[in-house]
Structures are given as C-alpha cells and as structure tokens.
Design a protein around this ligand. Structure first.
Ligand SMILES: Cc1cc2nc3c(=O)[nH]c(=O)nc-3n(C[C@H](O)[C@H](O)[C@H](O)COP(=O)(O)OP(=O)(O)OC[C@H]3O[C@@H](n4cnc5c(N)ncnc54)[C@H](O)[C@@H]3O)c2cc1C
Length: 330
C-alpha cells in the first residue's frame, strides 16, 4: 500500500532505466512468437484512455511463447505486468519501464454440455461478454448478471468481477496460470465447500500478482433458456440506465464498504460533479469517475484523494480502491 492506495506489484525485480529497458528487452524479445511493439501508449489499451508508454508491449501468440518470455524476464530481472481489457486499471502517466504482456492472444473457447451441466474452457483473453453469450446459447446459468461488464475473462477472474449479487467465482472450476518461474500450474476448486488452492473474496482472487492466468474452466448448471436470456437482458438494461456510458471510465473506483455502497456515500458527501483536471465524478453514478477529455492519471488520483477525504470527513468511512493502479506514476 502506498498512501492508502493499493499499487500493483511488478513481476521481476525492481525497475530499470529506459535505456536499460531498451537494451535488455530487444534481446529478451528477439525470437518470441507474437506481437511486439516498443513505446506503446497504454492510453490506447485502457477503457479510461489514460496511460503513458510501456517500454515494450507484448501479445504472446501461445503458451510456449509466454512461458519462455516469463522465464527469460525472470532470469534477466526485467519487470512485466499483465493487461487484459484494461477496463479496471488506472495506468500511470509515466507509463511503464518494462514489458506489458497482453492476454488478448489467449482467446480460444470450447463448450460442452454434459449431464453435470455446461462446461466452458476459455482462454484468459476471451471477453466476458462472449462468455455470457456462449452460456446463454447452451442454457448455462450463473453468468447472466455479469452481462455488460467489459474486459476479459482473465481480468474478471483475477479481480472476481461481480454484479447484482453474482460473482465470477460462483462458476469457476479451475484456473491455469503461468507462475513467475515459467511453470504452468492448475488451481482447482474443490467439489465441496472447501476450495483446493483457489479462493476468492470480494473483488479479489488468490491468484498471485506475479502470475499470468492463461485459461479458465467454468462449470454452470443448466437452466431455462428464456429465463436466462431475460435475466441477462434485464441486468444489461439496468447497467445502461445507472452507469455513465458516453464517457470513458474504469468502472467503480472504490469498493463497497461493509454494509454500504461507496456510490451512495460519495453522492451524500456532496462529491457528484467534482472535477480535477479532465476527470469528473459522474453525475449518473458517483462511484464512476469519467474522463471528460485530456484527463491524466495524476488528475484521477487527486480526485480519488479528494473524494476519499470528503467521505471520511462526513461518514468516518475509509474507502479502498477497486480499480488497480498500475505502471509508473511519476
Ligand atoms: C463501464 C464499466 C462498467 C464496469 N462494471 C463492472 C461491474 O459491474 N462489476 C465489476 O466487477 N467490474 C466492473 N467493471 C470493471 C472491469 O470491467 C472488470 O473488473 C473486469 O473484469 C476487468 O477485466 P479486464 O480484462 O479489463 O482487466 P484489466 O483491467 O486489464 O486488469 C485488471 C487487473 O487484472 C489483472 N489481470 C488481467 N488479466 C490477467 C491475467 N490474464 N492474468 C493475471 N492477471 C490479470 C491486471 O494485471 C490488473 O491488475 C466495469 C468497468 C467499466 C469500464
């Protein structure tokens, strides 16, 4: 924690100067299959449209390329971090002096209906909306309330995304990760009430921050197709009515405190419409900060601090961030 904010740990050891990053990474990336670009603006990969350049942006083509990259990065102490859809992150204005690894190349999806229900095996880069549609098509029940949440399945599992009382954890059976040493591990949920190495809490999973989720197994009970479709439509409509959608945002800024809603506290503390630079507390939903154009990570963090202080002063509640603050801030 820094200044009460959670910051994302970077895999590898420490930071490098930009020049060092360029020298090491061109050798590091030389014969890995996938897309590689240098000085890639992260504002183009985040829903907030904020974020300076990453020294290297890497979208591995498959597991072999990813595991080889992680092994080399670990050996050479090159920092890296994973990005899915970029819909839950505030990326620093200074970018990231390391490698941003995109999960978007992992987008296979298989479905199978058995007497135990619907089984889905999907790559971490598959969008959550594709999962909701696939489940709907096969009458799988349990993800309809996640309809309308942007981003990838990997990001949803990492942060245990949820909505209207449902969470992705409810349907996750196993998660395959590549750990920092380049080894592939499968974390499985037990069949009973005890989880075998796979635990989730509110907007959190047990997946180590220095691991990369590559694929996820979901198991859903079968239900009535019409009821599933109706519920998904209802949740999507509610979201469209209650969340700002004409401006860029990263979803809810703060987690709900126990027995309350962060949005209500922020609204009743008088923060709706507050502005810092290009960032504003949405008039539609007070727990969404919108980028009105030209907003920076520094504006966003200043607004977070102001809102936090106003809520603390009025209700004596300390809000904790739901968004992930990643990359280099200054
Ligand atoms: C308009 C809007 C509405 C939203 N509504 C909701 C909502 O109702 N409920 C909700 O829970 N969220 C909501 N969100 C937030 C966000 O969409 C979800 O948290 C989503 O699941 C994040 O997925 P992502 O792929 O975009 O993750 P990213 O933003 O790319 O990453 C988020 C974190 O996950 C890590 N991560 C991502 N992929 C991997 C991987 N493969 N392996 C390891 N770590 C990984 C990243 O390092 C980062 O720390 C909303 C966002 C927006 C913009």
């Amino acid at each position: 924690m820094e200044n009460g904010r959670e910051t994302h740990k970077h895999a590898g050891c420490g930071y490098m100067s930009s020049a060092l990053a360029t020298t090491i990474t061109s050798a590091l990336m030389s014969d890995l299959s996938g897309h590689v670009s240098y000085n890639e603006p992260m504002s183009e990969h985040t829903s907030l449209r904020i974020g300076g350049p990453a020294a290297v942006f890497f979208k591995p083509e498959g597991l072999t390329s990813l595991t080889e990259f992680i092994r080399r990065a670990h050996r050479q102490s090159v920092p890296f971090l994973v990005l899915g859809g970029g819909s839950n992150v505030l990326f620093g204005d200074a970018g990231f002096d390391g490698v941003v690894v995109s999960s978007k190349g992992f987008r296979n999806i298989e479905t199978q209906v058995t007497d135990r229900g619907l089984f889905i095996r999907a790559g971490a880069g598959v969008t959550l909306s594709r999962i909701v549609l696939a489940a709907q098509k096969e009458a799988g029940q349990g993800v309809e309330c996640l309809s309308g949440i942007p981003g990838t399945l990997g990001g949803a599992v990492f942060g245990n995304a949820g909505s209207f009382g449902a969470e992705i954890k409810d349907v996750v059976a196993a998660v395959t990760i590549v750990s920092m040493d380049g080894k592939v591990k499968v974390l499985k949920k037990g069949d009973g009430h005890i989880d075998d190495g796979l635990n989730f809490t509110y907007r959190r999973s047990c997946i180590p921050e220095d691991s990369v989720i590559v694929s996820i197994d979901l198991r859903l009970p079968l239900g009535d197709p019409a009821a599933i479709a109706a519920r998904a439509y209802e949740c999507l409509t509610k979201k469209r009515q209650t969340q700002p959608h004409s401006f860029h945002s990263a979803g809810c800024v703060f987690k709900n405190p126990p027995n309350g809603y962060a949005g209500e506290l922020i609204e009743h503390a008088g923060c709706k419409g507050l502005v810092c630079g290009g960032i504003e507390v949405s008039m539609v939903h007070a727990n969404f900060f919108i980028n009105r154009g030209g907003g920076t990570a520094s504006d966003y963090l200043s607004l977070m601090d102001r809102v936090k202080a106003m809520v603390k002063a009025k209700f004596d509640v300390s809000l904790a961030p739901e968004i992930r603050i990643i990359g280099d801030m200054i």
